[in-house]
Write a protein that binds this ligand. Structure first.
Ligand code: SF4
Length: 311
């Protein structure tokens, strides 16, 4: 059987050299055929978001439920392959992943992009790029790989690296030093790994970063968690708030609330002071809806969260 040969950049990248999907670890839940997921999957959900035609959740991991049958489905599956934080997606045939690699950052709407290339150290969190004439903003850190750094450079580089909280910082040092970016983080989430942050925010009041960027402290998931509001339209929510396709609602997760659930519910409630029509989370699904509809989603979410045990 012919085996997938990674392109030169992957072979020379030490991360990939150590992290290749392995046929011997192929999950038996995959349907037969070219693409597969191996048992190193950490169930981050990104492949299911990027290529739902191909990947689904079986048990507590992903698996291929249908092999790609069209060029579009294959392209999506390859984008999932390059995004997977643990290199758990493999193929038995040889493919060029060049187009999939160059697809990131991928436009979501207007000037906001999804970065792909998730990092295992942030548990496969999504990161985003805001492209602005005044200087771009990277929201949380993707894996630092040269092809993505080149594409980000083509889009104007990075002026600010906004870190929503301590868990999703990944390769922040590499991104900051490569682009001379100013990293922004909340004091209450800082530890030894975050030494050298260029801007440290304190307290519970919202802080304007620029005329179109507002940092809003949202303690709960962690003590120093923040969300970022851009142009009263795009709310980057880290691990504070996300959309669930299954529930068709916004929600916050009690089971991964590390600091204070009571505080987290209060922080979600404070978002009623703002207007936005996109929720762009680190984990979970993103959602776009007209602002009045988004407000209704938020109000219903708060009502449900208040019913959850605070102890
Ligand atoms: S992207 Fe990778 S780690 Fe995440 S769910 Fe898919 S196979 Fe698993």
């Amino acid at each position: 059987m012919e085996h997938y040969q990674p392109p030169a950049w992957r072979r020379s990248d030490p991360w990939y050299a150590l992290n290749m999907a392995q046929m011997t670890l192929r999950r038996r839940e995959n349907v037969a055929g070219d693409f597969y997921v191996d048992s190193t999957c950490i169930d981050c959900d990104l492949c299911r978001q990027i290529a739902p035609e191909t990947f689904t959740q079986i048990g507590e991991q992903s698996a291929v439920h249908r092999q790609p049958e069209t060029p579009g489905a294959e392209f999506a599956a390859l984008k999932a392959l390059v995004t997977c934080p643990t290199a758990s997606i493999g193929t038995s045939r040889n493919h060029s992943a060049k187009a999939a690699i160059n697809a990131f950052p991928e436009l979501i709407e207007d000037n906001v992009y999804f970065c792909g290339f998730a990092s295992e150290s942030s548990y496969g969190a999504s990161s985003y790029l805001i492209v602005r004439p005044e200087g771009n903003v990277l929201v949380d850190s993707p894996r630092f790989v040269r092809p993505l750094a080149r594409r980000v450079a083509d889009l104007g580089g990075v002026r600010f690296l906004f870190l929503t909280h301590r868990d999703d910082v990944a390769d922040h040092k590499d991104w900051a030093s490569h682009f001379g970016a100013e990293r922004i983080m909340h004091y209450d989430d800082m530890g030894r790994a975050h030494a050298g942050m260029e801007r440290v925010l304190r307290g519970r009041e919202a802080v304007p970063i620029d005329h179109d960027l507002l940092a809003i402290p949202t303690p709960g998931h962690t003590r120093g968690h923040m969300v970022l509001l851009h142009r009263d339209r795009f709310l980057f929510t880290g691990d504070h708030l996300q959309w669930s396709d299954a529930r068709q609602s916004l929600y916050a997760s009690r089971s991964v609330c590390w600091y204070s659930w009571q505080e987290q519910v209060r922080s979600v409630e404070r978002l009623l002071d703002y207007e936005f029509d996109w929720v762009l989370p680190g984990h979970g699904r993103r959602k776009g809806a007209p602002a009045p509809q988004m407000r209704q989603y938020l109000e219903s979410c708060i009502a449900r969260l208040k019913l959850i045990d605070h102890s």
